[in-house]
Design a binder for this molecule. Structure first.
Ligand SMILES: [Zn+2]
Length: 140
């Protein structure tokens, strides 16, 4: 069977983004080539593998451009955040790639990810609980 070249290409580029705990899927938005988002994906994979371990089957979308972030945020009606948001029912967390371009946003990326994971762990919208979880990871 002949493979469709474009499909193979897509599969290859996805494969390069499978973290060590391979069940979390990372998708990149707002760029043409995965390499353009390396500033975000390299530190992101490190955090996901060592610090904030998201549950299997979870999807993480990285907005690799400001336009992509604005569109995703508006779609989700999450205009009150400039860092990240989580859709519990959709099992998806959307991250603004700009958080990795320090010190622009100010809040460390690992805390932002741990905070979102806190929402997932408590299965709630409670900001205090999510933040408490994030801070508890930092004390370890
Ligand atoms: Zn929150």
């Amino acid at each position: 069977m002949k493979h469709h070249p474009r499909l193979v290409c897509i599969l290859l580029s996805l494969a390069s983004f499978l973290p060590v705990h391979a069940q979390v899927v990372i998708q990149l938005a707002g760029i043409q080539h995965a390499a353009q988002c390396k500033y975000a994906t390299v530190p992101l994979l490190d955090i996901l593998n060592t610090y904030a371990k998201f549950p299997p089957g979870w999807r993480i979308v990285v907005a690799c451009s400001d336009i992509a972030w604005q569109i995703l945020r508006r779609h989700a009606d999450a205009i009150d955040t400039n860092h990240a948001f989580t859709n519990m029912n959709g099992h998806v967390t959307v991250i603004n790639g700009a958080i990795f371009l320090s010190p622009e946003v100010g809040r460390p990326p690992q805390r932002i990810l741990a905070h979102e994971l806190g929402h997932i762990r408590c299965s709630c919208d409670d900001e205090r609980k999510a933040e408490k979880y994030a801070l508890s990871l930092e004390k370890k």
